[in-house]
Design a protein around this ligand. Sequence first.
Ligand code: ATP
Ligand code: MG
Length: 391
Amino acid sequence: MYPLLLVRYGELSLKGRNRRVFEDLLTANIRVAIADVPHGQITKTFGRIYLETAGNWEELAARLQRVFGIVSISPVLRRGLDLEAIKEGARLVVEDTPGQTFKVETRRTNKDFPLTSPELSRTLGGHLLASFPHLQVDVHQPDFVVNVEVRSEGAFIYSKVIPCLGGLPAGSSGKGLLLLSGGIDSPVAGFLSMKRGVDVEGVHFHSYPFTSQQSKEKVIELARLLVPYNARGRFRLWLAYFTEIQKALHKGSYPSLSVTLMRRFMLRIAAKLAEREGALALITGDSLGQVASQTMESIHTINAVTSMPVFRPLIGLDKQEIVEVARRIGTFETSILPYEDCCTVFVPKNPATRPTIEQAERAEAELDVDGLIAEALEKTELIELRAGQML
Ligand code: ATP
Ligand code: MG
């Protein structure tokens, strides 16, 4: 019934002269999100985007609900500039909206239309009251609002407002590299970074054959689940070879430091990859105090290997809050599949909870740090995942 979707975006308007760039990126992300769904034109006017549906507004709306930068969407009816046609449209909208109390709000940008905004609101309100005996007017806290916009192209009528993700268009902030494990947390950290405009790429450290092919596939699946939220509907995933590093750490004389050292290697490799690929920040799923490697001392010692900013979007979240987001974005079920990632295979019995930089450096003096990093980078492969080209 609705030939149009009205797409509202919020924070973009705060961005001054970048606004054009942001709008273009949002439109590009929208185009990718609906590429395989029938639809008509996309038009930008008055700080909004209108999308012509093909009688499939629900399907299109579901796609748009995963595009960052969109605050809300409304399915909209279009009528000619004729009072009877507008009344009929308003009746249809009311029939399609639950609730007992309502008000009419009119915006008239087309001053040729014979009724003023208040006059049209009053006329339509009276007509709707007469047509629907169950309805009452409540101008303060109505169950729903019948919105009417009178423009030169016609009258636009709607009541539903579907909340969306908000945030900034993915890709508007720059590129970041997510350390993506197979766990619950890091996909959520990736999602929240995309929400603030980061174009996210991922790096996963695998220790094949000590870790299974399935654990690698699980991570690829997690990356695939993040595709719809990311810039231009794609996600580049680097699979970094971590086996030799794990073996070297396992043989080393500091078992309680192995997790700290492992993380230091991960950050060093990720920082090199990020530099090479033009990413300006690393992203991890650390949350403060969750495990031994996420105490403030551990984070301090791990972080000391790079001067690149490391974003930790989950730092202040409890596990339950992280799980809620994971469920909402659809990564949870995959994250809890049993396949181990590299850290559980080699994890020590008593990891240090307060490792110092000096201790870590002493332990690393036994190792060929540069050689191990160079080998890991050399054996890193790239998988590129795209919307509409899913495995
Ligand atoms: P997650 O659920 O994301 O695995 P976690 O609570 O299990 O997090 P850790 O296993 O200590 O925590 O990992 C902390 C962070 O280190 C992860 O969120 C992720 O960003 C990074 N990380 C851990 N293991 C890997 C890996 N094999 N490849 C890439 N990044 C990893
Ligand atoms: Mg983990």
